[in-house]
Every structure is written in structure tokens, then in C-alpha cells.
Design a protein around this ligand. Structure first.
Ligand SMILES: C[S@@+](CC[C@H](N)C(=O)[O-])C[C@H]1O[C@@H](n2cnc3c(N)ncnc32)[C@H](O)[C@@H]1O
Length: 244
């Protein structure tokens, strides 16, 4: 995990996030930096993450991204090898890159996706970690049609994607389009404002949502209002579900 300084994280472009962010390191908003992250030694070869806020709030480490990456490294290290994995709202690509580095993964690349301005940062981080054979960066705007030749994911990763109310229905619509009968979304959510709960309320109408109960660190991050869930498509009773 990153160090535990208190950092008021606020972003003028897209987020009003003036909150305690003790699970992610403080960032000076003006200069690009490269941070080395081993997730408490879970990665033998640490990830190098370029953080650069000039194109938006995704250009830095966010606490839910740190929590989701660590959870996947602990609990899903060896059961993702035959899965097609897509990360939504990836920012600099932290979660997808951590999975690519530390989990057993198979043939299909991991698709880290975000809006156009984040594409160069995702690509820079793929290069920085020599992961271009296993990770692919793609522009994917929520609420819009999937990019051309986009795969049907088995596993969707989404961390800290709930912070801007007008985007809630867009994110829900994208998740709805991507979640099939056998796929799962690992969804890490940091509740900052009352409005964020409206997202969960909307999502519960559309998805089968379960709080993840196999993470020994849960009590710690729950204290920071961070919660980990699985989201699955809702299907009629009796429909077979099987996913990692
Ligand atoms: C708070 S950041 C989290 C970044 C990363 N997941 C992490 O945990 O470090 C939210 C990300 O969602 C992306 N995002 C916001 N609205 C989006 C949209 N409509 N379509 C696609 N991505 C979006 C932002 O560009 C940003 O990178």
C-alpha cells in the first residue's frame, strides 16, 4: 500500500474531492512524478506509475484503486488466467497494470480504458513497466458505444469511478452493456458525499451487488469509507452464474 499521509485531493476539472486520502500518497498537482508501488511486497518487481494531473483527476493514485489492486493481488492471483479483463475509468492504469504484473494472466491483453485525455498517461505507464505485450490502452467513454473490436469481458475492474453525479447513469449504462451472464465487475467505491450513495441505489436496481467478504483488510479501508463489491447482471431466477 502507499504511505499514509493525509492528503486533501481536490481537482478543479472533474472532481470535488477535498477529503482525507490516507490510503494514497499526497501528490503535488503541478509536477509529474513517478511512484514505485509494491503493494506491501505483493509485487516482487514494483510497478512504476507516472502520475500527472495535467489531463484530469485520473492522473494520480486514488485510494480505491490501491485497495482494489491489492485485493486482486491477494485473492485473485491465480484464477484470472483464462479471463478477458477490462478496466473502466483506469486513470493511469494502476489496477490493470498491477494485475498484469502480479497475477497469472493468459493470452488476451488486459484492456485499460478511460477518456481520450488519459490515453497518453495509460500508454506511458504501460511502456514504463514493459507491459505492452499484456496490457492495451483504449479510449472508452461511458454511455457511448463500445470501441471497435472491443472484447466481451469476463472481468471488469472499476475503482473510484463514482464521484461525478452526471456520470452515474453513463457508468451504469456501460456496466449494463458489458456485464454478461458469466461476467463480474470488481467495483471499489469510496463514499465521499451523500450523492455517491445515489449511485449505489441506482446500481442496486440494475445489478446483483454483493459486498466482498474475503478481504482481510476490509475493516481498515471501511474506516476510510471505501467498500469493495462484486456487481453482476441481474438474470431471471435459475439462470446459471459462474465467474471468478
Ligand atoms: C477518480 S479517477 C480514478 C482512476 C483510477 N481508477 C484509480 O482508482 O486510480 C476516475 C477516472 O474515471 C474517468 N472517467 C470519468 N468520467 C468518465 C467517462 N464518462 N468515461 C470514461 N471514463 C471516465 C476519469 O477520467 C478518471 O480517470
Amino acid at each position: 500500500m502507499a504511505d499514509s499521509r493525509e492528503s486533501p485531493a481536490s481537482d478543479p476539472d472533474c472532481c470535488d474531492l477535498t477529503v482525507s486520502e490516507s490510503l494514497a500518497p499526497h501528490r503535488d498537482t503541478k509536477t509529474a512524478v513517478v511512484t514505485s508501488i509494491s503493494f506491501d511486497g505483493l509485487l516482487k518487481e514494483p510497478l512504476l506509475l507516472k502520475e500527472d494531473l495535467k489531463e484530469g483527476c485520473g492522473g494520480q493514485l486514488w485510494p480505491a484503486g490501491m485497495v482494489l489492486a491489492k485485493y486482486l493481488l491477494c485473492q485473485h492471483r491465480s484464477n484470472l488466467s483464462d479471463k478477458t479483463i477490462v478496466e473502466l475509468g483506469a486513470g493511469g492504469g494502476l489496477v490493470g497494470l498491477a494485475v498484469a504484473r502480479g497475477c497469472e494472466i493468459g493470452q488476451p491483453p488486459i484492456y485499460v480504458t478511460d477518456q481520450e485525455p488519459m490515453l497518453p498517461l495509460m500508454e506511458a505507464n504501460i511502456q514504463l513497466n514493459c507491459l505492452s505485450s499484456t496490457v492495451s490502452a483504449t479510449v472508452f467513454n461511458w454511455g457511448e458505444p463500445e470501441p471497435e473490436n472491443f472484447p466481451e469481458p469476463d472481468v471488469i475492474l472499476a475503482a473510484d469511478c463514482v464521484y461525478f453525479e452526471p456520470a452515474f447513469p453513463l457508468l451504469i449504462s456501460t456496466l449494463k452493456g458489458l456485464l454478461g451472464p458469466r461476467s463480474v465487475c470488481y467495483f471499489c467505491f469510496k463514499r465521499r458525499r451523500r450523492a455517491d450513495l445515489r449511485f449505489m441505489k441506482m446500481a442496486k436496481k440494475v445489478f446483483d451487488i454483493q459486498e466482498i467478504d474475503d478481504d482481510p483488510d476490509a475493516k481498515t479501508y471501511n474506516r476510510e469509507n471505501i467498500f469493495l463489491y462484486t456487481l453482476r447482471a441481474k438474470f431471471p431466477r435459475g439462470h446459471q452464474k459462474s465467474s471468478p
